[in-house]
Design a protein around this ligand. Sequence first.
Ligand code: FE2
Length: 316
Amino acid sequence: MARIIAGVASSHVPAIGAAIDNKQTEEPYWKRVFSGFEKSKEWMANAKPDVAIVVYNDHASAFSVEIVPTFALGCAAEFPPADEGWGPRPVPVVQGHPELAAHIAQSVILDEFDLTIVNKMEVDHGLTVPMNLLFGSPKQWPCPVIPLAVNVVLYPPPTAHRCYMLGKAIRRAVESYPQDLRVVIFGTGGMSHQISGPRAGLINSKFDKAFLDNLTKDPKKLTRIPHLEFMREAGAEGIEMVMWLIMRGALDDDIEEVYRFYTVPASNTAVGHIILENKRAAAKGKKSAAGKKPVAGKHKRAAARANHRNVRRGKR
Ligand SMILES: [Fe+2]
């Protein structure tokens, strides 16, 4: 049986992709951002998922305003990087997993979540930036990816609760797939930011940190946040955070937070990142959910926890 071993959430700021592409990651401004993902790349290298489901939003790259699906599942064999106005990013073509994607579509749609099935789609920074942050910049991405594009661009986006429940349906779908696959699910976007209008540049770290806290401890509380509250507290584009709740819904109720990173700003956006492991998977065989081997060894794991505590106490 396939199973979801962990969830990862990460902002997908386009300027992060530009910094990678323009080889600016060592510049002091950007080093502060990228250093927060070093442990995450180590975690992912140990996790070695067989498949990643990446929940993201398209920024008018694959879909124009003529057609805006609320939930669009990528069922193709591959997804080329989109041209977002500067040519396609120099990242590998994303390989899909059509069999699992078709299974998820069937399971989730018959579970009364009406997904749009997409058999041809280019993917923009919303997907490729988190891939870079967690997988680095390899010649080929290390695992197949199933993109799930969510409309958070044109009103009305789905509610936080709808997203959370979709995550649960995706989990049921994955767990009914007969092949033994280890799946990591990504939620991307956020955190607080507004890119235009009188409140452009808005950052609300208090809201963001409470969101991260509750993502771990009390996600149901987050499912009750209405759109207006997201917009008021986290800016117009802060609504992207509903996508994190698809990831969270696909996990156990009781999970282990293994890593967290938060920094302000990157471009005009707060960057948030968290890794959550299913305890049940972690307990199985006393191995970490992150891997066939322990995550990074007992000591590194303890260090990561200490680091995480320090991040939360503002010591980094
Ligand atoms: Fe975005």
